[in-house]
Ligand binder design. Structure first.
Ligand code: NAD
Ligand code: UGA
Length: 472
C-alpha cells in the first residue's frame, strides 16, 4: 500500500483520465481519487446511473466504475476543492496539434496543460506531487515548473497555503479498446523525475498490482521523449506494412502470409503488422507531427523528414483505398449507394478521432456517392460532426447525391447497396450473413474488406465480387 499518497486528483476525465484512474481506484481502495473536468456534460455522463451512458466505451470499464464510483472514485467539476485536497495531481488533459500561430499544424497546443498548471498554482495546498500523464513535447515539465515556482515563491501563497511541488513524468501507453487490460497488465510503467521521494510515492501506487521489475525509472526528459518515440515506432510499423500491402496486391503475394513470415522472426516480432486503411486515433499523427516539429527546432531536418514520411504514407493508404473502390465501380460512384461498415478508428471503441473512415467517407461523398453508415458504438451525431454533413433519413437517400444516412444494422445498411466497405474490425463483421446480404444488394455488387476480417470466400460463393487489402 502507498506509504504517503491518500488523495489523488486527476485533471481531465477523458479516454486516459477516466480508465487510468478507475484502475488505480480499483487496485488502491485506501486512496481517494477525484477526477475533475471543465466539461460538465462529460462529468454528468461519468456519473450517470446507466452505465451504458459512460462517455468512454472500453470493455471492462463499466464493471470497475460500478465497484469504485462513490467509494474511492469520484467525478466532479469542482477543481478548487479537489486540487486543494490532493497530495498527488495527474495532468491528463488533451494535447492536440496547434491550429494557429507559430508551429500551426505540427506543434502541440499546450493551452490546456498550461491552464491546468495555473489552476494547480492557484488552488494547491502544502506539498503536492504533479504527474504528467498527458503526452507532452520534451521539456514541458520545465514550463509547468516555471508556472508552479512563480506561485511557490509568491509570499501570499506561502502564508495561505505553504505550497511546494515536485514534477514527475509518467506517460500512458494504453491503447483504446484494450485500455483496461493494458492498464491492469502493462508492459512497463515509466516514471521520469528528479526527486526520489516523489518517484517512490508514485511507484508505491503501481506496486499494488504491477511487478516492480516492470517499473522503469529515468530522467524527466527521457520519459517525455520515450512516449513520443514509442508512438512513432508503432505508427512506423503500420505505414511499413501498408506499403507492402500495395505491393502484394500487384504481385500476387498475400499480406497476411508475408506478415506471418516476417513477424515470426523474433527480431521483428508479430505485433503491429496488420495492414489496414491507415492508422487513426487521436495520437499517432499528432505525436509524429510534434516529433518532426521538435527535430526541426533542433535543426535535425533529415530526422524530421524521415518521420514525416510515416504520415505521408498513411494519407496515401487512405486515398489508395478510395481510388480502388471508385475504379472497381466502373470509375464512378456518383449516385451509387455504398454501405460503410465501421466508423470508429479501431474495434472496441466509440472513438472516431482521426478515423480513416472520415477521410474515406468524405472523399466518396465528394464524388456524389450516397453512404449508409453502420457502427455498433459510434453515435450518429459524432459522424455528422466528423463528416461536416448532417445525416438524411435512409428512406430519402435515393433522391440525393453525396449524402449519408445512419443505419442500425448491417442488413439494413446493405439494402440496395452497390458495395460494402469494411473500415473497422468489429467482431460481428467476421460472421456476416452473406446469403442474406447478397440477396438485397444491387448487382454487380462488391465487398471491400480493408481489415481482412470478413469471410470473403463465403461472400464470393453467393455471387459477390470481393477485394481484400494486401491480396486484391
Ligand atoms: P480527451 O480529450 O479524451 O480528454 C481530455 C479532457 O481534459 C477533456 O475532457 C477536457 O475537457 C479536459 N480538460 C482540458 N483542460 C482542462 C482543464 N484545464 N481543467 C480540467 N479539465 C480539462 O483526451 P485523452 O484521449 O484522454 O488524452 C489525454 C492525453 O493523454 C493526451 O495528451 C493524449 O496524447 C494522451 N494519451 C492518450 C491516449 C488515448 O488512447 N486516447 C493514450 C495515451 C496517452
Ligand atoms: C496507440 C498506442 O498503441 C498506445 O500505446 C498509445 O498509448 C496510444 O496510441 C496513445 O498514445 O494515444 P491507440 O491509438 O489507442 O493506441 O490504438 P492502436 O491499437 O495503437 O491503433 C491505432 C491505429 O492503428 C488504429 O487505427 C488501428 O486500427 C491501426 N493499426 C494498429 C493498424 O492498422 N495495424 C496494426 O497492426 C495495429
Amino acid at each position: 500500500m502507498s506509504a504517503s499518497i491518500k488523495n489523488i486528483c486527476c485533471i481531465g476525465a477523458g479516454y486516459v483520465g477516466g480508465p487510468t484512474m478507475s484502475v488505480i481506484a480499483d487496485n488502491c481502495p485506501d486512496i481517494q481519487i477525484n477526477i475533475v473536468d471543465i466539461n460538465k456534460d462529460r462529468i454528468d455522463l461519468w456519473n450517470s446511473d446507466n452505465l451504458t451512458d459512460l462517455p468512454v466505451y472500453e470493455p471492462g470499464l463499466d464493471k470497475i466504475i460500478e465497484r469504485c464510483r462513490n467509494r474511492n472514485l469520484h467525478f466532479s467539476i469542482n477543481l478548487e476543492k479537489n486540487i486543494a485536497a490532493a497530495d498527488m495531481i495527474f495532468i491528463s488533459v488533451n494535447t492536440p496539434t496547434k491550429t494557429k500561430g507559430i508551429g500551426a499544424g505540427k506543434a502541440i497546443d499546450l493551452k490546456w496543460v498550461e491552464s491546468s498548471a495555473r489552476q494547480i498554482a492557484k488552488f494547491a495546498k502544502g506539498y503536492t506531487i504533479i504527474v504528467e500523464k498527458s503526452t507532452l513535447p520534451i521539456r514541458t515539465a520545465e514550463t509547468i515548473k516555471k508556472i508552479l515556482v512563480s506561485s511557490e515563491t509568491n509570499p501570499e501563497n506561502q502564508i495561505n497555503k505553504s505550497q511546494s511541488f515536485d514534477i514527475l513524468s509518467n506517460p500512458e501507453f494504453l491503447a483504446e479498446g484494450s485500455a483496461i487490460k493494458d492498464l491492469q497488465n502493462p508492459d512497463r510503467i515509466l516514471i521520469g523525475g528528479e526527486n526520489q521521494n516523489a518517484i517512490k510515492a508514485l511507484k508505491e501506487i503501481y506496486i499494488n498490482w504491477v511487478d516492480e521489475s516492470k517499473i522503469l525509472l529515468s530522467n524527466l526528459w527521457s520519459s517525455e521523449l520515450s512516449k513520443l518515440i514509442a508512438n512513432a515506432f508503432l505508427a512506423q510499423r503500420i505505414s511499413s506494412i501498408n506499403t507492402v500491402s500495395a505491393l502484394c496486391e500487384r504481385t500476387g503475394a498475400d499480406i497476411s502470409e508475408v506478415a506471418l513470415a516476417i513477424g515470426t522472426d523474433r527480431r521483428i516480432g508479430k505485433y503491429f503488422l496488420e495492414t489496414g486503411p491507415g492508422f487513426g486515433g487521436s495520437c499517432f499523427k499528432k505525436d509524429i507531427l510534434n516529433l518532426t516539429y521538435i527535430c526541426q527546432y533542433y535543426g535535425l531536418k533529415e530526422v524530421a523528414n524521415y518521420w514525416e514520411e510515416v504520415i505521408k504514407i498513411n494519407s496515401w493508404q487512405k486515398k489508395r483505398i478510395t481510388n480502388i473502390v471508385i475504379e472497381k465501380l466502373f470509375g464512378t460512384v456518383s449516385e451509387k449507394k455504398i454501405a460503410i461498415l465501421g466508423f470508429a478508428f479501431k474495434g472496441n471503441t466509440n472513438d472516431t478521432r482521426e478515423a480513416p473512415a472520415i477521410d474515406i467517407c468524405k472523399e466518396l461523398l465528394e464524388e456524389e456517392c450516397n453512404l449508409i453508415i453502420y457502427d455498433p458504438r459510434v453515435n450518429p451525431n459524432q459522424i455528422s460532426i466528423d463528416l461536416e454533413s448532417p445525416s438524411i433519413p435512409i428512406s430519402r437517400l435515393s433522391e440525393m447525391k453525396g449524402k449519408w444516412a445512419f443505419s442500425k444494422s448491417v442488413i439494413e445498411a446493405s439494402k440496395d447497396a452497390d458495395a460494402i466497405i469494411i473500415l473497422t474490425e468489429w467482431e460481428e463483421f467476421e460472421t456476416l450473413d452473406w446469403s442474406l446480404i447478397s440477396k438485397q444488394m444491387r448487382s454487380p455488387s462488391w465487398v471491400f474488406d480493408t481489415r481482412s476480417i470478413a469471410n470473403l470466400n463465403e461472400a464470393k460463393s453467393f455471387g459477390l465480387n470481393t477485394w481484400r487489402i494486401g491480396n486484391g
